[in-house]
Design a protein around this ligand. Structure first.
Ligand SMILES: [Zn+2]
Length: 276
């Protein structure tokens, strides 16, 4: 009897929590900001970062940086942020309690890691991260976060780990496996893969959505981003089943892959990746 009640209560609590996560993960930046506003912000940020020279770079990350500069598309190097200047790197074993091996706080420009391998992933957050004091908004790759909400964490983690694995580990993925798989498939929708990389370094989620809307309705793309976020939500207890959102997104990608805007080669690559 008591067990049945506990089950019932946890069931209700889960549903309530589920509703609250849905409402907190919104896409305010995408609906409120128009494209011109966004482009102006980006221009301002790029001109600010491009002027900075490398200084006070930790010895540990110099070889990583060299490798990233070698493997990044030449046009995109100018979009890489200079947060490596005065970057603070700390060992923090308490991260393990959250199931993490690393984290990056762009406001303090501080990386916490449990081992050096975690740097391979975090360095990409560092180089694609930017804190806008005036807006009190964090931009990190495809992630945008401020008091209105957070959006893009799923795609951002997937693409970040994908970059870490191809740049430093011969393709070995160590975290966010499902997120990486989705990111790899998404990348196939880009005729020029450097474009996706550019959106990442320029924190340009709106442009990403705009680009993808040639394959599906814009609202569908936003739902894809939202499901990606729910799947990755770092507080896993809050979301029902990460697999549910994952499968829903695979189905979407499969459907979009039928678009006539894709080459037969792209279509084939996408089908193969989905099957894996
Ligand atoms: Zn990460």
């Amino acid at each position: 009897m008591q067990e049945a009640i506990i089950e019932l209560v946890t069931g209700i609590a889960k549903d309530l929590l589920f509703v609250s996560t849905i409402t907190t993960i919104e896409i305010p930046m995408l609906t409120k900001m128009n494209k011109v506003d966004y482009d102006n912000l980006l221009k301002k940020r790029i001109s600010n970062t491009a002027k900075e020279e490398k200084s006070n770079v930790d010895e540990k990350i110099k070889p990583l940086l060299k490798r990233i500069e070698e493997t990044t598309n030449k046009n995109n190097i100018k979009y890489i942020n200079k947060n490596i200047n005065n970057l603070k790197i700390n060992k923090d074993y308490f991260l393990l309690l959250k199931g993490w091996t690393g984290s990056y706080n762009v406001k303090d420009n501080k990386v916490n890691i449990v081992n050096d391998d975690a740097l391979y992933h975090e360095i990409f957050h560092v180089l694609s991260g930017e804190y806008d004091k005036i807006e009190d908004t964090i931009y990190d790759g495809f992630l945008v976060s401020n008091k209105n909400g957070k959006v893009g964490i799923g795609l951002n983690e997937g693409y970040t780990e994908y970059k870490a694995s191809t740049t430093f580990r011969n393709g070995k993925v160590k975290a966010y496996k499902k997120e990486v798989k989705l990111a790899k498939i998404v990348e196939e929708f880009f005729y020029n893969k450097k474009d996706m990389e550019e959106y990442y370094y320029r924190h340009n989620l709106p442009e990403f959505i705009y680009y993808m809307s040639q394959y599906a309705d814009k609202e569908e793309i936003k739902s894809f981003i939202k499901d990606y976020d729910l799947m990755t939500n770092t507080n896993k207890l809050l979301s029902q089943s990460p697999n549910y959102y994952y499968v829903r997104n695979l189905i979407r990608l499969n459907k979009w892959s039928e678009s006539n805007n894709l080459s037969p080669n792209q279509k084939n690559n996408i089908k193969q990746l989905i099957k894996k």
